[in-house]
Every structure is written in C-alpha cells, then in structure tokens.
Design a protein around this ligand. Structure first.
Ligand SMILES: NC(=O)c1ccc[n+]([C@@H]2O[C@H](COP(=O)([O-])OP(=O)(O)OC[C@H]3O[C@@H](n4cnc5c(N)ncnc54)[C@H](OP(=O)(O)O)[C@@H]3O)[C@@H](O)[C@H]2O)c1
Length: 358
C-alpha cells in the first residue's frame, strides 16, 4: 500500500511548496490535505485553489491529492467520523505545517491554534495504526531574543520572546517533545521565495522593507547594521521537510536556516541597493523599545542577535551554498515581476520564466 501523508497547512506558503515537491516524487505518496473549509465541498474548493496557485496546468500526479475539512481550533480537529476512519486506514506520515503566523494575536488566540491545535494533531496521529513519523514545523525564532549561537538541541535557554507567535511555537515544541510519538521538528528561520525562481506566495516580513525601499520610501532604517538576517529559501525548507518525513536517519530537531550563510542587516541593505539601483538606506541603531521609526515597524526582525546552528540538518541534507548567494536579488526580481503580490505568478510560471531567461 502506498504511503499517505496527512498535511496540515497545505494552503499556506510552505505547505504549497511541499505539495509541489511531493507531487514531483515518482513514485510518490498520496497526500491528504487537512484544510479549513465548509464541509467536503469547501475542502475540495480549497484544494482547487492550491492547484491554481501552483500550476497553470496541474500535473497528472495531482490525482494523488485530496482534501478533508479540518480546523486546528475545533474539538478533534472538526473531523467527521468517516474521515477519521479513512485517515486511520491509510495515513503513514503526518506533517503538521499549519499555524497562525500573526505577530499580533493575543496569547489566548495564538495558543488555541499553535499549542492546542498541535495537541489535537498529535492526538489524531496517536490513533493512526500505520503511523511511521510525525513532522512538526516550528520556527527557529523559538530562540526569542537569545543572543549568540542557538543550537538544534536548544529550546529553553531563558529567552524572552518578541511576540505571542514565538512563545506559542516554543510551547508547541514542548507538547511535541512530551508526546512520545516518532516526531521530527523542523525549524525554519525567515522563509523567502525559491532560490532559483524566487517564487513565493507570502510578501511579508523581509518583503515589507524591500518593497518600501524599492519605492523609495526607505531612506532611513531603524536597524542594527550588525543584526542577523537569516533568510532561508522555501526550497531548502521543503528539502528538509522531505528528509524529516522519509529519511530513516532523521531525528530530533533540524534547523532549516541560512546558518553560516546568514546576512547581516548591512549586507541586506547593500544587496538590495545593488539590485534596485538605489543608494543604500541610512542604517540607524534603534533607540530602544519605544522606537517606532519606519524600519522597526516594517521589519520586526531587524534586531536579531542570534545565529542558528544547523549541523544536524546539514549532515542530513548538505545545503547548497549557491542557494544563498544572490538570494536577495532573486527574491526581489520575482517580487517585482509579481508586483509585490498584486499579480502573482503560479509556481509553474515562475519556474518557466527563470528557465527561459537562462
Ligand atoms: N513563513 C515563514 O517565514 C516561517 C518561518 C518559520 C516558521 N514558519 C512555520 O512554517 C509553517 C507554515 O507557515 P507559512 O509561512 O506557510 O504560513 P501561512 O502561509 O500563513 O500558512 C499557514 C497555514 O496554516 C493554516 N491554518 C491556520 N490556522 C488554521 C486552523 N485554525 N485550522 C487549520 N489550518 C489553519 C492556514 O490555513 P488557511 O489557508 O485556512 O488560513 C495555512 O494553510 C508554520 O508552522 C510557521 O510557524 C514559517
């Protein structure tokens, strides 16, 4: 019987890249997307929307995909008894990618999705007789405001958190660690577009200051020039998710990060300046927590003092140095072609565009 992946978060940026990569595997697994939607018809509509965002013409392998309606915040994920029985009969791997990634939710709201939602996914996983592996997508920013080096084995290091997102993702990791399930945790840093095509569906975090800079709105930025900007292309994250799911040697926590390839704020400014042919912005050290200059509003992660160790992830899947070189210019090029999200291309079209330019 074929492997079957149950994937949460398949309608999101990281989840979509993973779906595309799972469909590229031949022979590949069946994939069941647990998505928010009104009943089966709503779930099917969400699946069609995912395919529309990925492809101009979906591949034949898309027949390996189906969707079930589910909500992290509902008791027992809101799954019907029939869907539960069906999942128990076939699911071999669970990839839990869904989360609220808002930095501004109340602690109670963020906990309901990120902590209790994870608990519900793990309860479901425990009831799957064919289960081989659970992969939990966390964030490297469970490190919070740690300064220095944060290891894949670190979790509680006395850190303070910037927001409820970081806090609840760290709490969710404790739930995973206490579950006793065969779980692998993957912690991406700041996920950006593909390293070759630049394709993304999410124009947030680092895209905000880049877009403002492209429009000439960012002459002065409140940011520490030595701050670390760890950008990881989504294809590297997907590589590690696939390894975490299928590789017998995958265990513990893996950092999906730039690591030694991480930029400093001054490098990001210089590369953006060269790409956009604008004079570099004036980098001004933040004046403190009350500093609400444009840079700190647009770029909540420009005060980072932590570097991420990724030795375990690199041993499992060595990162390609070229995936990080030129990344800023690649993601800016795609963002401009997609008008910063106003006219997105499908992943297929973005990849064809880059293939044609070579
Ligand atoms: N993007 C980054 O820079 C980054 C960095 C580090 C870690 N991560 C982690 O990577 C994972 C995916 O992030 P992303 O960037 O792909 O985020 P995203 O694009 O916002 O996608 C979030 C996904 O979670 C789903 N979701 C949210 N609340 C849900 C609920 N109550 N029930 C069911 N599904 C729900 C969303 O479904 P809807 O379509 O219905 O909203 C969507 O599919 C998250 O765990 C995140 O913490 C992301």
């Amino acid at each position: 019987m074929n492997d079957t992946i149950l994937l949460t978060g398949g309608t999101g940026f990281v989840g979509m890249e993973l779906i595309a990569r799972l469909l590229e595997r031949e022979p590949g697994p069946d994939v069941v997307l647990a998505v928010r939607g009104e009943g089966q018809a709503g779930a099917d509509a969400r699946l069609r929307e995912v395919l529309r965002r990925l492809y101009d013409a979906p591949p034949a392998a898309a027949r390996r995909l189906r969707a079930v309606p589910a909500d992290l915040t509902a008791p027992e994920l809101g799954l019907s008894d029939a869907d539960r029985r069906d999942l128990a009969a076939c699911v071999t791997h669970v990839v839990h990618c869904a989360a609220t990634i808002s930095f501004t939710q109340s602690l109670a709201e963020a906990r309901e999705t990120n902590v209790e939602g994870t608990r519900r996914v793990l309860e479901l996983a425990r009831a799957l007789p064919r289960l081989q592996r659970v992969v939990h997508v966390s964030t490297a920013f469970v490190a919070g405001r740690t300064e220095g080096h944060f290891h894949e084995t670190d979790l509680d290091v006395g850190q303070r958190f910037r927001n409820t997102y970081e806090r609840t993702k760290a709490e969710a990791e404790h739930v995973v660690a206490g579950s006793g399930l065969p779980a692998v945790v993957v912690r991406p840093s700041i996920v950006v577009g593909e390293s070759d095509s630049g394709w993304t569906t999410a124009f947030n975090v680092v895209y905000w200051p880049l877009q403002a800079f492209a429009r000439g709105l960012l002459g002065e930025v409140s940011a520490d020039p030595d701050g670390v900007v760890d950008l990881v292309p989504v294809d590297r994250v997907a590589d590690l998710l696939l390894a975490a799911t299928f590789d017998p040697g995958a265990a513990g926590t893996l950092h999906a990060v730039a690591g030694e390839h991480a930029l400093r704020v001054r490098d990001l400014a210089a590369q953006a300046s060269a790409t956009l042919k604008r004079p570099p912005p004036d980098l001004r050290a933040p004046q403190g927590p009350g500093d609400d200059a444009i840079g700190s509003v647009l770029a909540p992660y420009f005060d980072v003092r932590v570097t991420f160790d990724d030795r375990r992830a690199a041993a499992l899947r060595p990162p390609a140095a070229e995936a990080f070189a030129g990344l800023v210019s690649t993601i800016v090029d795609y963002a401009q072609a997609a008008r910063w999200g106003k006219r997105p291309l499908t992943r297929q079209a973005a990849r064809a565009r880059i293939a044609a330019s070579r």
